[in-house]
Design a protein around this ligand. Sequence first.
Ligand SMILES: Nc1nc2c(c(=O)[nH]1)N[C@H]1C(S)=C(S)[C@@H](COP(=O)(O)OP(=O)(O)OC[C@H]3O[C@@H](n4cnc5c(=O)[nH]c(N)nc54)[C@H](O)[C@@H]3O)O[C@H]1N2
Ligand SMILES: Nc1nc2c(c(=O)[nH]1)N[C@H]1C(S)=C(S)[C@@H](COP(=O)(O)OP(=O)(O)OC[C@H]3O[C@@H](n4cnc5c(=O)[nH]c(N)nc54)[C@H](O)[C@@H]3O)O[C@H]1N2
Ligand SMILES: [Mo]
Length: 771
Amino acid sequence: MDNDSGIRKYEHPAGGWDALGAVAKAIHGQMNAISGTRIMLRNNQPDGFDCPGCAWPDPKHTSAFEFCENGAKAVTWEATRKRATPEVFERHSVTELLAWNDHDIEDLGRLTHPMAYDAASDRYVEIGWDEANARIAAVLNALPDPGMAEFYTSGRASNEAAFLYQLFVRAYGTNNFPDCSNMCHEATSVGLPLSIGIGKGTVSLEDFDHADLIISMGHNPGTNHPRMMTTLHAAARRGAPIVVFNPLRERALERFAAPQDPIEMATFGSTDIASDYLQVKVGGDAAALKGVMKGVLEIDAEDLAAGGPGVLDRAFIAEHTQGFEALAEDLRATAWHELVQASGLGSEALRGVARLYCKAKAAIIVFGMGITQHRLGTDNVQQISNLLMLRGNYGRAGAGICPVRGHSNVQGNRTVGIDEKAPLALRQGIERVYGFAPPAERGHDAAEAIEAIAQGRSKFLMCLGGNLAVAMADPTLTFAAMRGLELAVHIATKPNRSHLLVGRQSILLPCLGRTELDLQAGGVQSITVEDSMSMVHASTGRLPPPSVHVRSEPAIVAGIAKAVLAGRHGIDWDGMVADYGRIRDGIEGVLAGFEDYNLRIRQPGGFRLPIGPAERRWHTASGKAQFIVMPGIKEDPRAAGDGVLTLTTLRSHDQYNTTIYGFDDRYRGIFGRRDVVFLNVDDLAVQGIAAGDRVDLEAVPFDGEAAAPGAVLRNLTAVAYDISRGSAGAYYPEANVLVALSHRDPQSGTPSYKSVPVRLRPSRPTPGSVS
Ligand SMILES: Nc1nc2c(c(=O)[nH]1)N[C@H]1C(S)=C(S)[C@@H](COP(=O)(O)OP(=O)(O)OC[C@H]3O[C@@H](n4cnc5c(=O)[nH]c(N)nc54)[C@H](O)[C@@H]3O)O[C@H]1N2
Ligand SMILES: Nc1nc2c(c(=O)[nH]1)N[C@H]1C(S)=C(S)[C@@H](COP(=O)(O)OP(=O)(O)OC[C@H]3O[C@@H](n4cnc5c(=O)[nH]c(N)nc54)[C@H](O)[C@@H]3O)O[C@H]1N2
Ligand SMILES: [Mo]
C-alpha cells in the first residue's frame, strides 16, 4: 500500500539502528536528554532500579548498558517531565477528558496531588491525604459485608506494597483480589500446579545457554520482552534450532540485529532467529502440540521396531510421572487429519518438529499470551508440559518450561499473597505472624469482580495501579459497572480512562514510580521484585519524586489500613513503612522460601525462590508429575468455513498494555494509526474484500455464550498480512468491545482475548454511528 495510508512493509531486521533511534525519540518526547541517558544507564544494573517494562530476568554480569527499546519507553514514560496537577484537572472536566484517546489522557503526565471527584463541577479537585483516607474508611466500614469490596492489583507493585496490601485486605475481611494476572498468565498458574506442582517457570537464564532446542509459542519478544532477544540471538548464533508457533509473522522472531553487538550494528547485519516458523491457526496450539506428541510416539515406535532404545525418556516417565498410558491412548485415538484441520499445520511440519525435538538432548518451551488467553488456555499450558515430560525435559540443565510473564513484578505479587484463592499456607503464616485468622473462602478474580460490580453485589473498588476497566473484556458492560460504584479508589502514577469512569465517589492517589527516591522515616528504602525465573532482587530509585505530595505505595496502603482498621489486629503499619526491611521480615515469617530475605537481597542478582521441578520434586497430589489428557482438540466445536474468522487481539510495538506510547507498529509495517485488521490474502479474496478496504468486525456468539452486546468494531482498514488462514488480528484494547465478559477459560477464568469469533463485512457508514 502507499505511504499515505501508513501501511508499508518493514524490510529491516528487528532491533538494530531503528531501535536506537526510537530510544532517542522516547527520551526527547518526555524528558531532557542528559538525565534521560543517565537513567537508562541505571536500568537493570545491580545497584539501580528494576525496569518497570517486563519480567525478563537480568543476566548476572549485566553489560554496561542492557539495552532495550521498550524498556526505555517504559522508563521515560514514567520519568516524564509532564505533570497532571490540580490546575490541569481544573482546566478539563471529566466528561471532556473521557473524549480523549488513551495516549492523550496518560500523556497529561504524573499525578501530583490526591484528588477527589466533584460531581457539581464534573472535575477532579485536590483533597488532603487524611481526608482521602477518612472517606475510604467511612465507605468500607459502612459496607454490610467485606465481600462487597474489590481490591485490584496490577503487576508493577513491589513485593513490599503487595504484601502490605493483601495483609490490609485480609485484615479487613475479604479475599476479593482481582489482579492483572487473572487476565494474563492465570492459565499457567492454574494449569502447571496440577501438572508439575508449581505455577511458575522452571528454567533459569543460564539454561538457555545449554538448550539444544527452543520452542517459542505465542509470544512476541521483539516488542514485549526485548531483552529476551539477546538470549534468543545468542542461542541462534550457536546453532540451537528455534521453532516458532505463531499465526503472524513477527519480524523479531525472523531476524534480529542486536544493538549490543558492535559488528552486527556496524555492518548492518542481522541474525536469523527462527529455524522453523509454523503459522498455526489462532487457537490451534493444543492441536499442534498433540500433533507433535503424536509424532514423538511414532518416532519412538519406529526406533523400537528397528531395535533401538526408543526416544521417550522411559526412566523419567516411570520414576517421576503418572498418566502416560492415558495420554498415549488419547494421541493414538486422534487422527492426523483432525489435528491438521484444527491446527492449520501440515502433518509433515508437525512430524518435523517432533524429529527436532527427539534429537535435542535438552529443550525449553517458552510461551506467552498466544497460549494462555484462550478458552483452552489451561489445556494449552498442560499440553506443553506433557510434551516436555515425554523426554524428561525437567530438572536438567538446558531443559524446562518458561512462561514469559507480563508485568515486571506480577509473579512476585502472587507469591506474596495477591491471590483470590487464599492458599492455606499463606493463611496459616499470617495467623502465626500477625495473630488473626484471615478469611478462607475464595474471593473474586478480575472478571468475577466486574460481574459482581455490574450486578450491584460489590460497591467498592480499590486499584493498586493498572487500568482495569480498559484492560477487561466487554467495555460496554464494564464501563457501566464502574459508574455504579459507591467509591472507586485508584493508586496511580498517571491518569487513565478507568479513573474517569467515576462512581458516586472517586479518589485518585498519586504514587511514586520505581525510578524515584523513596525516603521514609528510616532513610532511603529499596523495594524487591521477582522476575519470570523466580529471581528476587532489590530495586532502588534515585530520581526526585514528581511532587512533594506524592507517596510511596507501601505508605499509601499503610495509611488506608490505619484509617480503616483503626487499631484492629494491632499491626504496626508505621513501623513497616519507616523501614521496608520490617515488611520483608513479615514476608519471611509468613512464607517459605524467603529465609534471610533482607540479607540475601544484598547479594548481586538477589536469590532464587525454590522451584521443585528444577530438582525433580513434584508438589502435586500424587507426588509425581502428571500427564494430563485434554479431551478433544478444538476450542470452537463449530465447523470452519461458515465465514467466521478467529480474531486475536495484539499489542503494537508502541504500547504497554493500555498505555499507548505512540501510533506506530514498526515491525508489522503500521505507521501513525491503530485502526487496522490483519488478514490473510486468501481470506480477503474469499470475502471479496481488497487490502485497504474499510471493514467492520462483528462479534459472533461463542457456543452458548452471549456475544458482547451490540459488539461491532467499525471502520477498520483491512491489511493483507502474513497470518494463518481463518485468523485475524486487531489491536488491544480497541478490540475489547468484541470480547464478551463470559468468553473465558472455564478452568482459569482467563478472558479468551486471543480467540474471538468474528465476522467481517464491508463498512457501511451508518448515520450517527461512532467509528
Ligand atoms: N513493550 C511492551 N512490553 C510488554 C507489554 C506491552 O504491552 N508492551 N505487556 C506486558 C505484559 S502484561 C505481558 S502479559 C506481556 C505480553 O507479551 P506477549 O505474550 O508477547 O503478548 P501479545 O503481544 O499479546 O501477543 C503474543 C503473540 O502471540 C501471538 N498469537 C496470537 N494468537 C495466538 C495463538 O492462538 N497461538 C499462538 N501460538 N500465538 C498467538 C501473536 O501473534 C503475538 O505474536 O508483555 C509484557 N511486556
Ligand atoms: N484484548 C486484550 N485485553 C487484554 C490483554 C490482551 O492481550 N488482549 N492483555 C491482558 C493482560 S496480559 C494484562 S496484564 C492486562 C493489563 O492490565 P493492567 O495492568 O490493569 O493495565 P496497564 O495498562 O498495565 O496499567 C497502566 C496504568 O498503570 C498505572 N501505573 C503505571 N505504573 C505504575 C506504578 O508504578 N504504580 C501504580 N500504582 N500505578 C502505575 C498508570 O496509571 C497506567 O495508566 O490487560 C489484559 N487485557
Ligand atoms: Mo500481562
